[in-house]
Design a protein. Structure first.
Length: 98
């Protein structure tokens, strides 16, 4: 039997929380981008996330800027499914583009 974690977050988690904007132009590799996912919201996320884990969130997940790193930092950590009450339109589109 395979076991995966479910990471639960609230409403209005914005892209600056998902991937801090201060790294936008300095980090380029998938490994470096992955290392900073959700670091201000959940410092244990990167330490504990495993491929196949799922994120469950409230409404308006990914609000804020249109930076693609908000999507790729989650993807590079092996999370392929986010279930949310709703998604920001920009975040939703970036998911499709990735």
């Amino acid at each position: 039997m395979t076991t995966h974690r479910c990471w639960v977050y609230g409403d209005n988690v914005n892209t600056d929380v998902i991937f801090p904007g201060k790294y936008t132009y300095t980090l380029k590799t998938p490994e470096d981008i992955a290392a900073h996912a959700l670091e201000d919201l959940d410092p244990n996320f990167v330490k504990g996330v495993q491929a196949g884990d799922v994120i469950v969130a409230g409404s308006n997940w990914g609000m804020g800027s249109s930076r693609e790193q908000g999507v790729t930092t989650i993807k590079f950590n092996g999370v392929n499914l986010i279930i949310a009450a709703s998604f920001s339109g920009l975040y939703f589109r970036n998911c499709i583009n990735q």
